[in-house]
Design a protein around this ligand. Structure first.
Ligand code: BG6
Length: 495
């Protein structure tokens, strides 16, 4: 059996089994990641992929999907016979019997070993059915000479109670160590760099607390709409689609204490501690802390785009939010009393994910020039995407006789500094799961904690009297989101 070597790490042959193989996520993210890893020679020769779905694709149809996902057709073409497809009902045991037979035959003829990585990329309603049938058909068993792991997509549950019951259902077939709950934000280099910035530098740590930080802002702005995912989005909304997972993950990495080691357990422990300290406001108070919005028609990059309610699969009277802004707090020694503002929205003016640490202003400005008084506060801006940058904003003297001070920026850009290719988040996470590294995946208690923060907000949003503000596509969200900050004298950092 050959061994794949990725700098220091190595994995052996394995089969990746994708449930939901004809779906959007498979063709947009998973297959391109597999194709790119193959192209970069990051996967062993004894690697196979089985797609499982209801559509009548057949091996040929599935292989065409793979070809369409690849940027380098040649590298895929030599490997294409190792992609297989099973058409079947996810709830029928016969589908799993066919899978057992196909796996046996692949593993016998190609000597891939018995290592199997299942990937649940279906709609969430099917997660527990599939895991339980994998268990019943003996496919969840782990033996000592190989591995059996399962990657499960978000959303993991729809609230804390359903996430808890999904956990217990999964634990009937798989142990916690076999389960890899994915949040693709953790696979992004710049998200991982939050830890490097905080914990490899002595200069930031002393000021990373309530004594120096005035407020923290996290923005995940998207310019895309819901596309053809309207049906799914109607039951999710921005709160469940982005806040519960991506935003709370970024928030915990930015605000947590230093882990003792860079191990999955150490990091997950710190994230859970931080999430446990997030202040959960009483439901009647949420209306004063949260703004929800929905986009109406507007213009993005000179193109007219339709309103959310006109999207396919969306009700013409939909009350689903496509924008959320909130003021949160963290009740611990480091952050007590410091506002943490978060916002996310679809169809915003631009795509930008950033974290802003805004520091207290200088206690006294000895300069007589008027411009010093208008000087903005020092800000450290961590830009996660699309440009991957870190910017420090500070005051500098404008050349000339007077002491005119202006805010200037010191920039670090990933692209300008590093020649190494940044991997796509899905490539990184897929490889980590094959290697058995759970550092960038979510532990069960972490997911529950995140739901416990979001549940009361969901509850408040379900009240028909909770305001839903409309905003034109191509803007920065409803003006109420600026008012939310304005109430305490703060304002959003421009994106
Ligand atoms: C997904 C959401 O998890 O993240 C999508 O379901 C969203 O609605 C996407 O568009 C954003 O990911 P990225 O990597 O483009 O910021």
């Amino acid at each position: 059996m050959s061994i794949y070597v990725n700098s220091k790490k190595r994995t052996t042959g394995a089969t990746l089994i994708i449930f939901g193989a004809s779906g959007d996520l498979t063709s947009r993210k998973i297959l391109p990641a597999v194709a790119s890893l193959l192209d970069q020679d990051q996967l062993p020769n004894e690697f196979s992929v089985i797609g499982v779905a209801r559509s009548p694709l057949g091996n040929d149809g599935f292989r065409n999907l793979v070809r369409e996902s690849a940027t380098n057709i040649e590298s895929i073409q030599t490997f294409i016979d190792n992609f297989h497809y099973i058409q079947g009902d996810y709830a029928a045991i016969s589908t799993y019997q066919s899978l057992v037979a196909l796996l046996d035959s692949i593993e016998r003829t190609r000597e891939t070993g018995k290592s199997r990585l299942f990937y649940l990329a279906t709609v969430p309603d099917l997660f527990s059915t599939i895991t339980s049938l994998l268990g019943q058909s003996g496919l969840s068993r782990n033996d000592t000479s190989s591995f059996t792991r399962i990657i499960i997509e978000k959303p993991f549950g729809a609230d804390a109670a359903s996430a808890r019951s999904l956990n217990s259902e999964m634990h009937r077939s798989f142990s916690e160590e076999q389960i890899y709950r994915i949040d693709h934000y953790l696979g992004k280099e710049t998200v991982q760099n939050l830890l490097a910035l905080r914990f490899s530098n002595a200069v930031f740590e002393p000021i990373w607390n309530r004594n120096y930080v005035n407020n923290v802002q996290i923005t995940v702005a998207e310019h895309i709409g819901v596309g053809h995912r309207g049906g799914f989005y109607e039951s999710a909304g921005a709160l469940k689609d982005i806040v519960q997972n991506h935003m709370l993950q970024v928030l915990s990495l930015v605000l947590m204490e230093a882990p003792a080691l860079m191990t999955a357990e150490s990091i997950q422990n710190e994230k859970v501690k931080l999430l446990s300290a997030v202040e959960i406001p009483p439901i009647p108070d949420i209306v004063n802390r949260a703004v929800r919005g929905q986009y109406v028609a507007g213009v993005i990059s000179s193109e007219e785009v339709k309103s959310y309610r006109q999207e396919r699969g969306v009700s013409p009277t939909s009350q689903t939010e496509t924008f959320v802004a909130m003021r949160l707090g963290v009740d611990n020694w480091r952050w007590a009393g410091i506002p943490i503002f978060i916002r996310t929205g679809k169809r915003m003016a631009k795509r930008e994910t950033q974290v802003v640490m805004e520091f207290n202003r200088a206690p006294h400005l000895p300069f007589t020039g008027g411009s010093a008084r208008q000087l903005g506060p020092n800000r450290l801006i961590l830009r996660i995407q699309p440009e991957e940058e870190i910017k420090l904003i500070f005051g500098a003297k404008v050349p000339g006789q007077d002491y005119n001070i202006r805010s200037v920026a010191m920039d670090f850009s990933y692209a300008d500094t590093f020649r190494e290719v940044s991997w796509d988040a899905y490539e990184r996470l897929l490889l980590d799961a094959l290697l058995g590294d759970r550092t960038l995946f979510l532990r069960s208690d972490e997911v529950i904690k995140a739901w416990e923060i979001v549940d009361p907000i969901q509850h408040a949003f379900a009240d028909p009297n909770f305001p839903l503000h409309h905003y034109a596509a191509g803007t920065y969200g409803p003006k109420e989101s600026s008012r939310l900050l304005g109430a305490s004298g703060h304002y959003w950092n421009n994106i």
